[in-house]
Write a protein that binds this ligand. Structure first.
Ligand SMILES: C[S@@+](CC[C@H](N)C(=O)[O-])C[C@H]1O[C@@H](n2cnc3c(N)ncnc32)[C@H](O)[C@@H]1O
Length: 221
């Protein structure tokens, strides 16, 4: 699915969020800027936007961008080249079986990955495994607002309008029908915090923004 939509992925993000998605990634990057010295891993980097934000927030850090959809990585390449970015190596890899040694990274970030994982606890355990002691794991995700009334309005936009926008802009209604469905069946922010703790992360906390539709979780390895 991500291979199919790679070419229109960035455009769809901007249309769906009114351009706000860059600000959410900036907040994620700022949240890990204080991680210990060492390389970062942006897991499921897609077209590389969060990897670039992490580089911007901590210019001395190398950021490895990994994703299992090579078409997404191919879409990231010209963007990185246009910025003259030489410290974001890209790598095809599965988040559930990362080809890195334990404790290799000072921080591990992901944006809009977790609800796509076939095995969420296993994915969190992999993130924890490759993060050095004292390092940070940050996860940005879409979430149901959980506020009566607003939930219904958000549901209307996300379940009804987004598939139509996906059909018109990305020419892939199925992918943008899957998107709200994946949010619908994903765990709540409080449940995700518990799962991160169960994966061995400490001091797990989260904040919500975009009227409760986006959650940023941080934990320490
Ligand atoms: C919604 S996109 C997010 C891309 C990017 N992080 C962003 O902020 O725009 C989800 C990405 O997760 C990747 N992905 C999903 N499951 C994965 C897995 N098990 N291993 C690696 N990448 C995965 C997809 O290929 C896709 O690029």
């Amino acid at each position: 699915m991500f291979t199919r939509i790679a070419g229109r992925y960035d455009l769809m993000n901007s249309v769906m969020t009114g351009g706000r998605h860059h600000a959410w990634r900036r907040l994620t990057a700022e949240a890990v800027a204080a991680a210990p010295d060492g390389p970062a891993l942006d897991l499921a980097t897609g077209t590389g936007d969060l990897a670039l934000a992490v580089r911007h927030a901590a210019p001395r850090r190398t950021v490895v961008g990994a994703d299992f959809a090579e078409a997404m990585l191919r879409a990231a390449q010209p963007k990185l080249a246009a910025r003259g970015e030489r410290r974001v190596p890209l790598l095809a890899a599965d988040a559930l079986a990362l080809p890195f040694r334990a404790r290799a990274f000072a921080c591990v970030t992901s944006a809009f990955l977790l609800r796509n994982l076939a095995d969420l606890p296993a994915g969190l355990a992999e993130m924890r495994r490759v993060t050095m002691p004292g390092g940070l794991v940050a996860a940005l995700e879409i979430t149901r607002p959980g506020v009566p009334g607003w939930d219904a309005i958000f549901g209307l936009y996300f379940n009804r309008l987004v598939p139509l926008i996906g059909a018109a802009v990305a020419r892939d209604r199925a992918a943008y029908t899957y998107l709200p469905q994946s949010v619908e069946r994903f765990v709540t922010p409080a449940e995700l915090a518990r799962l991160m703790t169960a994966a061995g992360l400490r001091d797990v906390c989260y904040r919500r923004f975009a009227l409760g539709t986006i959650a940023l979780h941080i934990g320490r390895a």
